[in-house]
Design a protein around this ligand. Structure first.
Ligand SMILES: [Zn+2]
Length: 71
């Protein structure tokens, strides 16, 4: 178990070493910030940029161009 400081609030964050992978994201228990593993050795945490949520998946072109030969 590793306990690096949260870059946002400075509280110690508990991370299992099994969970320690590059770009692994998790939340700080203290401030709720979304954190990200920037470097493994030495362990370095960064504040992850939250991904924008897709408002709606546009299904514009329906690429159904299958030509079935009917006899
Ligand atoms: Zn925090």
């Amino acid at each position: 178990m590793l306990r690096p400081p949260c870059p946002e609030c400075g509280a110690t964050v508990s991370i299992d070493e099994d969970d320690l992978k590059y770009f692994r994201q998790f939340y700080c228990d203290a401030c709720g910030a979304l954190l990200e593993v920037v470097d493994e050795s030495p362990l370095l945490l960064g504040i992850a940029a939250e991904e924008p949520v897709h408002s709606s998946w546009e299904a514009g072109e329906d690429g159904a161009d299958e030509q079935s030969s009917t006899l």
